[in-house]
Design a protein around this ligand. Structure first.
Ligand code: S3P
Length: 435
């Protein structure tokens, strides 16, 4: 496990191009490997999680190949026809998206497979995806509700109507991907709308998919191959945007960032806190996903309430938001975020511990956090708990310590590779001055 020393920043003023979006990359690989014909994906995320999806697809006979210009080519034979039983256990590593989405895909093929992962992934709830897939006719078993997930799939699933208990784009996507092999319509109702990357890409491929608020209906039918340049990952950009927001006059510009409305809650929160946020809409990526340039300029911030309805739109950004909240005048309340306890770590518990070590005033709620600011953060030894987003949030906090007060140490900093292998290099470039 690597540790990293991080000093307080004197100024933040620069531009950055973050790597391709992780969520969109998973879906592009999976759909490209299923759809009959050849698809191409450019600007694929370099995340270890996405590499896990590529490896799982390949282990099942999926044709995922490097092409030119850094693009990846994908060849499929159609849903239900593209994958076969792998030789061994499928290793999803740290990636919940790989395990849940692939559970849906594999359920819709005539094969047997076992999905497993690292210690963190083995603690995460999998019945939420197993139960609807069983209702569709697949054999799916979990171990005490968790991985390993054993699948006996069939290319003749039943279309079902499923009401999700928790708002989860991963579970919704697993059901829709299985629904491609169903004999009739698949309907998913969400308690709150979540990111719709799967729906957008399916529709771009010609799927008969209707979305009405938080209800989605998919009717299986022919799909066309696609070409997609993946936009930049707003969840990676979020750490730099949060850092800039926290000090008046600091500024970060991010180019070509995905602006899917299911992902832009971080911008709403920063604006509500008082930061200056400029959004310059760019051309849609292959008419599938909105993208554009973002500039965030820091200002004196005040505390906000992050309402439960906003949580799915910024679920992965809550660690960064919690760090910024320590610099805002007054109280910030995050509620309705119990799902944070089931991410790569118990992010609520870990945030409370780390923020207190940094000198912040924090109260723990079963489903969130209450943070009173502003405080002068002090250097600390912070544990990423094997969680990439905590490693990056702690780095932002360390950069917000006054430079003369000393360095912080991030334990387990190498976990950033799960979503953003170049994070520390990009941060160093940003801190080296205006460009
Ligand atoms: C993701 C959905 C979210 C998010 C995760 C990626 C996706 O999880 O936290 O990092 O790509 O669908 P849930 O849908 O389970 O909340």
């Amino acid at each position: 496990m690597s540790s990293r020393h991080v000093a307080g920043a004197t100024v933040v003023d620069g531009s950055i191009t973050v790597p391709g979006d992780k969520s969109i990359s998973h879906r592009a690989l999976i759909l490209g490997a299923l759809i009959r014909g050849r698809s191409y994906v450019g600007n694929l995320s370099p995340a270890a999680d996405v590499a896990a999806t590529a490896a799982v697809l390949r282990a099942c006979g999926g044709a995922v190949r490097p092409f030119d210009d850094g693009r990846v080519s994908l060849d499929g034979a159609g849903p239900g026809r593209s994958l076969r039983s792998p030789d061994g256990t499928l290793d999803c590593a740290n990636s919940g998206t790989t395990m849940r989405l692939m559970a849906g895909v594999l359920s819709g093929h005539d094969l047997k497979a076992t999905l497993d992962g690292d210690a963190s992934l083995r603690r995460r709830p999998m019945e939420r995806v197993a139960a609807p897939l069983r209702a569709m006719g697949a054999g799916v078993s979990t171990q005490d509700g968790c991985a390993p997930v054993r699948i006996a799939g069939t290319a003749q699933l039943r279309g079902v109507e499923h009401r999700l208990e928790v708002a989860s784009a991963q579970v919704k996507s697993a059901i829709l991907l299985a629904g491609l092999s169903a004999d009739g319509p698949t309907v998913v109702h969400e308690p709150l709308p979540t990111r719709d990357h799967t729906e957008r890409l399916l529709r771009a491929c010609g799927a008969d998919l209707a979305a009405d608020g938080a209800s989605i209906t998919l009717r299986p039918g022919p799909l066309d191959p696609f070409g997609l340049a993946v936009p930049g990952d707003i969840s990676s950009a979020a750490f730099f945007l949060a850092l800039a927001a926290a000090r008046p006059g600091w500024r970060v510009r991010c180019h070509g960032v995905g602006l899917n409305a299911g992902r832009t809650g971080i911008l709403d929160v920063l604006i509500a806190m008082g930061a200056e946020v400029e959004v310059e809409d760019g051309p849609m990526a292959a008419e599938v996903e909105p993208q554009g340039n973002l500039t965030v300029t820091g200002a004196p911030l005040h505390g906000v309430t992050v309402d439960p309805s906003l949580v799915p739109r910024c679920v992965d950004e809550l660690p960064a938001i919690a760090v910024v909240a320590t610099q805002a005048e007054g109280r910030t309340e995050i509620r309705g975020a119990a799902e944070l306890r089931h991410k790569e770590s118990d992010r609520i518990g870990a945030l409370v511990t780390g923020l207190r070590d940094l000198g912040a005033t924090v109260d723990e709620l079963p489903d969130g956090l209450v943070i009173d600011g502003p405080v002068r953060l002090r250097p600390a030894r912070l544990d990423a708990a094997g969680d990439h987003r905590l490693a990056m949030a702690w780095t932002v906090a360390a950069a917000l310590v006054a430079p003369d007060d000393g360095e912080s140490v991030i334990e387990g900093a190498d976990s950033v590779a799960v979503s953003y292998p170049g994070f520390f290099d990009d941060l160093a470039r940003l801190l080296s001055g205006p460009r």
